[in-house]
Design a protein. Structure first.
Length: 182
């Protein structure tokens, strides 16, 4: 496995996830505002060892196999504190996912983090298309997709932590991304 680089944006540091991030994830992740629109595979209520188990059993093996790329999100002004996670996955119709602790939502931080990893997807990994599923009622995530030039390509039924909702699949091609002004 090639070493996953740390990525930087104007306000953020995106560091590759490690087992040392379990405590920070466990503190920030298990909030209803964070998990409600995530895939129903996320256990709720979130178990006390949920972050450690997820890192050990899912994230770190997938990163070692070169199928997934996961970064912690940290503010440049407070690099010791994990505030969220952004990921890329080599799966059909599921190439990027993210979450952000409630107190950091609505500040444009996820737009920065998403732009950095999307650039990595297209320019470093050389992928031709990025597809992202999301719960249709998740308006903040929808706005992020619209703002970054993605387009809705289809809607199907989805299962989320909060329940069954339409699941929208959003897409952008490498050529579109490279032309899109940020």
């Amino acid at each position: 496995m090639d070493t996953l680089p740390t990525l930087y944006t104007e306000r953020l540091i995106l560091q590759p996830l490690t087992l040392d991030d379990a405590e920070g994830i466990q503190q920030q992740f298990p909030h209803w505002e964070v998990v409600r629109y995530l895939n129903a595979l996320v256990p709720w209520p979130y178990p006390a060892d949920g972050a450690r188990s997820y890192l050990e059993q899912v994230v770190l093996p997938a990163m070692a196999q070169g199928r997934e790329w996961h970064w912690s999100i940290r503010l440049r002004e407070a690099p010791g504190q994990l505030i969220g996670n952004v990921s890329l996955m080599d799966e059909q119709d599921n190439n990027r996912g993210f979450w952000l602790g409630p107190q950091w939502q609505g500040q444009g931080l996820m737009s920065e983090a998403s732009a950095a990893v999307t650039a990595y997807w297209f320019t470093v990994l050389g992928r031709p298309v990025l597809r992202v599923p999301k719960a249709a009622p998740n308006l903040g995530s929808r706005r992020l997709s619209e703002k970054t030039g993605m387009r809705l390509i289809r809607t199907e039924e989805g299962q989320f932590v909060e329940g069954a909702f339409p699941k929208d699949i959003w897409e952008i091609t490498r050529e579109e991304w490279l032309k899109h002004p940020l």
